[in-house]
Write a protein that binds this ligand. Structure first.
Ligand code: PLP
Length: 424
């Protein structure tokens, strides 16, 4: 017998090999959390390693740098080691430090070396605003005109980018390319390997913003020969609000002097010689700046253990199934209600979330919240849903669509203003 509706969802949950991880997370009773791509939930293990680090502070004071459960002096390096498999890199190529925006500044100030006619930076018109602001300020520091020097590849439909268009824009005047791995609105995955190869064929360095892919999909940054990448750990990696970010630097660039140097980028054994001559670490560690943000790095220790246990390939497989299920439900249950799925259909092209477009999106989101569902709104018309492999069940995905259907049928959203809130 074919199972339908709720029974089918329950059956999928029953045979899901990752389902036990859900119990490790704090999920507020009566709510369905669909926003793990913006802020991942707290796990008990992340809480534990944070509390252990606070205990180390209580117990050891200054000696916590080298003693205690998670000695602070080596924490960033230890975390880099654990994170490396998630981005397909060796331990020395990955560092847990800074934040996305700070790491972008660090890497651009290191790798953007305008020379002769090669003076421009290539990005795209759909990218996250902070990336654009950072690139503009880097150009300004070099005294360049922003309009002529920041090239933004256009989207043909406002949702997706075509690799061909980006390759066509890789001209002789481009010094550096910065692109997202996964687009934050539509969830499109770019062909990182192809773009990297094409950039290198033209003598251009290329770096990626991996905020929306780290922890959701596997990467092979080393194998693809990507020059560098940067990301935040508070989205799919559940590291906590505003927690420390991450960066990847290809080993072929080890030894480059960081654009923004600081003493924590020193070779570990030299750092406390306190010399005025900077001896950078021969690894991605050299891109650290000052004292690590221990208390925001500590939850990641526990969180990354979960990823190691679950395996990123398994996480990806479940994420694809959850998202596919969501797309099918939307197509079947929400017909003629004004929704448009603004996310690629092919698995290869889709990251960890689904983008549902609707002209009433802002107030539909408010209505969803009133019904216990936590979505994510992106102006002007996008509802993002991220069913997360580690803690979202198929049953929840089923419920989300049923509740959404009810909201639309009863026009429950009409009692709200169709405007975003201060944080959307
Ligand atoms: C979330 C996100 C950021 C945020 O950067 P922060 O420095 O952590 O505030 C940047 N870029 C992208 C693509 C993001 O999704």
């Amino acid at each position: 017998m074919m199972l339908e509706g709720l029974d089918y969802a329950k059956e999928l949950d029953k045979v899901d090999s990752l389902r036990h991880f859900r119990e490790e997370f704090y999920i507020k009773p009566g709510t369905i959390y669909m926003d793990g791509n913006s802020l991942g939930l707290l796990s008990k293990r992340a809480e534990k390693t944070l509390l252990e680090s606070i205990e180390d502070w209580k117990e050891f004071g200054i000696d916590g740098w080298t003693q205690g459960k998670h000695p602070w002096f080596f924490m960033a390096e230890e975390l880099g080691k654990k994170l490396a498999p998630l981005v397909g890199a060796s331990a020395e190529e990955v560092m847990v430090t800074g934040s996305t925006t700070v790491n972008l500044h660090q890497l651009v100030s290191t790798f953007y070396k305008p020379e002769g006619l090669r003076t421009k930076i290539l990005a795209d018109e759909l990218t996250f605003p902070t990336d654009i602001y950072a690139l503009q300020s880097q150009l300004r520091l070099h005294g360049y005109d922003l309009d002529t020097h920041l090239i933004r590849v256009k989207s043909r439909d406002g949702r997706f980018l075509e690799e061909e268009d980006m390759i066509e824009a890789m001209n002789d005047d481009i010094a550096l390319i910065i692109l997202p791995t996964v687009l934050y609105r539509s969830g499109q995955i770019l062909d990182i390997k192809r773009l990297t190869t094409e950039a290198h064929n033209r003598g251009i360095l290329i770096g990626f913003d991996a905020c929306h892919s780290v922890g959701a999909i596997p990467h092979s940054f080393s194998e693809w020969d990507v020059d560098f990448a940067f990301w935040c750990n508070y989205k799919h990696l559940n590291g906590g609000p505003g927690g420390v970010g991450g960066l990847f630097v290809n080993r072929k660039h080890f030894g480059k002097i960081p654009g923004l140097a600081g003493w924590f980028g020193s070779k570990k054994e030299k750092q406390f010689d306190m010399e005025h001559t900077f001896t950078p670490a021969h690894s991605a560690a050299s891109f650290q700046i000052g004292t690590p943000h221990i208390l925001s790095a500590a939850p990641l220790i526990g969180s990354l253990e979960i990823f190691t246990e679950a395996g990123i390939e398994n996480i990806r497989q479940k994420s694809l199934k959850l998202n596919q299920y969501l797309i099918e439900l939307v197509e079947n249950e929400l017909k003629d209600m004004g929704f448009f799925i603004g996310t690629p259909r092919e698995d290869m092209r889709r990251g960890g979330h689904i983008s549902l477009e609707h002209e009433e999106a802002a107030r539909i989101c408010k209505s969803l919240k009133e019904n216990g569902i936590i979505p994510d709104f992106r102006a002007p018309n996008i509802i993002r849903f991220a069913p997360v492999a580690l803690y979202t069940s198929y049953e929840e995905v089923w419920s989300v669509v049923q509740i959404l259907k009810r909201i639309m049928k009863d026009k429950q959203y009409e009692k709200f203003e169709n405007e975003r809130e201060i944080v959307a």
